[in-house]
Design a protein around this ligand. Structure first.
Ligand code: TYC
Length: 124
């Protein structure tokens, strides 16, 4: 998947010899970006993993490594957290990416007859 982002340079920058004083929100690139480009971040969503008594620890660790690109150490820590607390965060993504990861994981779990449950929740 390819995501494109446009960075619009304000016209005032084109002919000015010295840059204007730094504004609030201007980043270290020196580019002056319009208000919308500067401030708009996409809403982000947590993918939650839920504990159950049947899915193996090994499968959960494998899913965290292959679908969520976690290191083995982080994958084991997240799996253990879910096992001990009932629920935990597998990762934080835009909605479309979160949905795709949930769907992939559900298919992988079903193929092995594991009842693994996931959910999506907006970040604050
Ligand atoms: N509780 C499971 C077991 O003891 C392991 C497990 C961990 C299952 C995390 C689901 O999201 C989960 N085999």
């Amino acid at each position: 998947m390819v995501e494109l982002m446009t960075w619009r340079v304000l016209p005032q920058m084109a002919d000015e010899k010295k840059p204007p004083a730094k504004r609030d929100g201007e980043r270290q690139t020196g580019l002056v970006l319009d208000e919308r480009t500067r401030t708009k971040k996409p809403p982000m969503y947590k993918v939650l993993l839920h504990n159950d008594d049947y899915t193996t620890r090994e499968f959960v660790v494998w899913v965290l490594q292959t679908v969520f690109h976690k290191s083995e150490t982080d994958a084991v820590a997240i799996m253990s957290h879910v096992h001990n607390n009932g629920v935990g965060v597998a990762g934080v993504f835009t909605f479309e990416v979160a949905e795709t990861k949930v769907t992939k994981t559900q298919h992988l779990a079903k193929a092995q007859q594991f009842p693994l449950q996931l959910s999506i929740e907006p970040t604050e």
